[in-house]
Design a protein around this ligand. Structure first.
Ligand SMILES: O=C1C[C@@](O)(C(=O)O)C[C@@H](O)[C@@H]1O
Length: 804
């Protein structure tokens, strides 16, 4: 079996940097238009629509553009003018379409891109733009298009042309939530089902990755967010080691457990390896939502009878493949020829290259030799973004040498992030002390058989964390839920379960407090780790806070309080992003507290739930979409901010005490004065007797932030909507934040209306939002990736304890 011929035609191994074809540049300007190519049935148009909505871009479809440019449809043109003229016109129109939309668009290319000249045009465009090939399982395309075997085979061969003129690849996984969904019509708007939840999330994150949007967004907004720094700049991050061959036997959803990335090891060959990798990368992303570190193991070639030269060639073809999939990291063994490495680095786009020196044999090199520093410098010179040193040892003393070596590198100003540890049983202390992408396993993988012996020495992420607490590198901290009425909270259950899953020695308890002074007493303890703040203190606590996130400032309320400690060389009170990032990197250490930092995750919970449940028919249009918020407390503020973040610019607020609603409206109108042409984003509805204001569409997103049970002397709000306000012909999303009882009068009413009018109202109850805000809160408090599934499960399992 020749592996190389299956992957692509072999290339001459004598290539030097000069003679190699120019690298495929995948570094595009953030605004550059994005082209989608792929066969019929691959899902290009649906993805185009999702992408355009997500990035706020125009969707251009080739068919529609052809019709516009020529005045006839493709079919009619072909019949009228014949093949040759049709092909000529196709290329002309394609070129014109691409040239006229160089920025700010998502361009869907259909069959018109198959001819040789069209491919040339696309290949040229791919030098400056992302041209994404949309792949999909051939059996799915076959059944979707109802093709015979022969037709399917023909389509698959023709489709290769698309792959050849693209520089990136996206595997469009089956989305079970979208069964029955229709392809959007020609203008791209309208009927895509709101149910394509996974595809929406998958493709949106893929585009964030390509455009760099995700990083830009989170960075300056909240320095304590784990997205504010890439994992290689944080302390003690874990990479779940996952071998390709074992994936079919695993339920990936079960693997969620505190890992910051998945290290995907290619350990085997199969005839359709490339497609398999694309599919598995997509599956990992969907199920675990962490970056992928791509690595090809040497033992993958065992039994293939490839020459060394062929192995090297195959190795680099796979690396190129990983770049096409835009994996976040690739590990490149620096034993291979440096011109190949340089070529790869030049093509890497936003993928970070980790240069590796690996030895599975003992004593090939020592940690304290000068040659290690030369190796490090060489990796840097080759353009690597990080360096990884790994070797076998049987001597415990080698672990101290690793530390000394890492210290040496870390003393170099502007040094590259470094991964360094010893393999095997004796190397475990160095593995646990390693700070970046420590490879870990997962309890459910213990039963899988390993070709490589190292697997059995890997700890789980929880074990690695526990070791850090045992050796006092990290400190157990106390966390609280503080408010006037906290007995019904599910927060302790969610946070405690998350500590357990991640191997953290913290505790979390609810305390009822009756004044800010009460709170102050609790949070002075050097082992205080953070608090979830609830009513009525979300706004009041602002007076005790030295620094707050961009969001908390905008909202004017805080639900997450964190300590700022007195650490050497850092002034916690200067409030600079840098000092806050330093605090964030040390948040698992106890120490005297000098001040407090405030953030807000309520808006994240609400925003996530609206986005997830909003149907594309109600896609947010700043000039048209309206939102309605009931209540005027801290949660109502978060709801308004969530709507603003989603792009809504016409928000109404309604509250029993009108004055409070007016205060909230004033706050946002002054904060957001630049966002709306008439300067007013939030307007007050004085009572439910008012008719819906003329000139505004009825709301398509409604969030109720009033309690459904009595609190102290306050009677429950029992809020119901005036029927006239529920007139949106396309329905919308109704988010109810109260969850005691779960079936509030408002939700009962919406169900009734839905039944009677058949309008598409989607209901989100309080138990859906609650874990989302807690997940974001846990990550702010600990810097660890939250075990989301487990936290959501805790809510469902514990809720019944409080039901009347
Ligand atoms: O409002 C809430 C709900 C909550 O107070 C609870 O009951 O668990 C927890 C807070 O973080 C959040 O802001």
């Amino acid at each position: 079996m020749s592996v190389t011929t299956q992957l692509a035609p072999p290339v001459a191994s004598s290539w030097s940097i000069e003679t190699r074809p120019s690298p495929c540049i995948r570094d595009f300007s953030p605004e550059a238009s994005i082209v989608l190519v792929g066969s019929r049935g691959s899902g290009k148009r649906t993805l185009g629509f999702i992408g355009a909505t997500h990035l706020g871009r125009r969707l251009i479809t080739e068919d529609h553009y052809f019709q516009e440019a020529t005045g006839t449809s493709r079919g009619v043109f072909l019949r009228q003018y014949g093949n040759q003229e049709f092909y000529r016109k196709n290329v002309e129109v394609l070129k014109q379409m691409l040239d006229n939309h160089r920025t700010g668009c998502i361009i869907e290319c259909g069959m018109g891109s198959l001819s040789h000249s069209a491919q040339k045009v696309l290949a040229e465009y791919s030098m400056t733009h992302a041209v994404i090939y949309i792949a999909r399982g051939s059996h799915r395309i076959k059944s979707l298009l109802r093709l015979s075997d022969e037709e399917a085979a023909r389509l698959e061969i023709a489709d290769l042309a698309h792959r050849n003129c693209s520089n990136l690849e996206y595997y469009n996984l089956y989305d079970p939530s979208g069964d029955g969904a229709e392809t959007p019509p020609e203008n791209g708007l309208g009927n895509v089902s709101s149910r394509l939840k996974y595809a929406k999330e998958d493709f949106s994150s893929f585009l964030d990755l390509l455009t760099g949007q995700g990083v830009v967004r989170s960075g300056f907004e909240s320095p304590f967010s784990i997205a504010a720094l890439p994992p290689e700049c944080r302390s003690f991050t874990y990479a779940l080691s996952l071998r390709l061959s074992t994936i079919p036997d695993l339920d990936l959803v079960e693997l969620e457990a505190g890992a910051d990335a998945v290290q995907l090891k290619i350990d085997t060959w199969s005839p359709d390896l490339q497609k398999l990798i694309g599919k598995h990368v997509a599956t990992i992303r969907r199920n675990l939502r962490v970056p992928v570190i791509f690595q090809v193991e040497n033992y993958a070639f065992e039994g293939t009878q490839l020459s060394m030269e062929e192995r090297e060639h195959a190795y680099f073809l796979l690396m190129e493949w990983a770049l096409r999939l835009a994996v976040e990291y690739i590990i490149v063994d620096l034993k291979y020829s440096s011109d190949r490495v340089v070529h790869l680095v030049r093509s890497s786009g936003r993928t970070k290259v980790i240069g590796q020196y690996l030895s599975r044999d003992e004593s090939p090199w020592e940690w304290d030799e000068d040659a290690r520093m030369i190796d490090y410098d060489w990796a840097k010179l080759l353009g690597c973004d990080m360096v990884r040193f790994v070797r076998s040892t049987s001597k415990a003393g080698d672990n101290d040498l690793v530390r000394a070596f890492v210290n040496r590198i870390e003393s170099i100003p502007g040094h590259l992030p470094i991964v360094a540890y010893n393999l095997g049983e004796h190397g475990r202390p160095s593995l646990v002390a390693n700070k970046i992408f420590t490879p870990v396993t997962h309890p459910i993988m213990n039963s899988t058989v390993s070709k490589s012996k190292i697997r059995q020495f890997l700890p789980t992420a929880a074990e690695a964390m526990q070791a850090l607490y045992q050796s006092r590198i990290l400190d157990p901290l106390h966390f609280y839920h503080l408010g006037a009425s906290v007995f019904y909270s599910l927060s302790p259950a969610m946070h405690t379960a998350a500590y357990q899953v991640c191997g953290m020695s913290n505790d979390f308890q609810s305390l009822q407090v009756s004044s800010l002074e009460d709170i102050h007493r609790i949070i002075q303890d050097p082992n205080f780790g953070g608090a979830a703040i609830t009513q009525p203190y979300k706004v009041q606590i602002l007076s005790r806070i030295a620094a707050k996130s961009y969001h908390a400032k905008a909202i004017g309320a805080v639900n997450t309080l964190l300590p700022l400690r007195l650490f050497q060389n850092s002034n916690p009170l200067d409030g600079s992003t840098e000092s806050l990032l330093r605090q964030a990197n040390q948040r698992c250490k106890a120490g005297p507290i000098a001040a407090y930092y405030g953030d807000n995750t309520d808006f994240i919970g609400i925003m996530t739930c609206i986005r997830r449940n909003m149907s594309p028919r109600n896609v947010i249009q700043p000039s048209k979409t309206t939102g309605l918020v009931i209540g005027a407390g801290g949660m109502a503020r978060a709801a308004i901010y969530a709507m603003i973040q989603l792009g809504c610019r016409k928000i109404f607020i309604c509250n029993r005490t009108v004055e409070n609603a007016e205060n909230v409206a004033r706050h946002f109108n002054s904060w957001a004065s630049g966002l709306s042409s008439d300067g007013e984003i939030v307007r007050v509805l004085k009572s439910t007797n008012e008719a819906w204001p003329a000139g505004y569409r009825q709301p398509t997103m409604i969030v109720s932030c009033v309690p459904a049970r009595s609190i102290g002397d306050h009677a429950p709000a029992n809020f119901e909507m005036p029927m006239q306000w529920l007139g949106s012909p396309t329905g919308g999303v109704v988010v109810e934040l109260a969850y005691l009882p779960l079936d509030t009068p408002l939700l009962k009413q919406i169900r009734r209306v839905r039944e009677e009018t058949k309008q598409a109202w989607v209901i989100v109850d309080g138990l859906e939002v609650l874990p989302e805000q807690a997940i974001a809160q846990f990550e702010l408090m600990t810097g660890r990736k939250a075990p989301k599934r487990r936290m959501r499960l805790e809510v469902l399992q514990n809720y019944h304890r409080y039901e009347e």
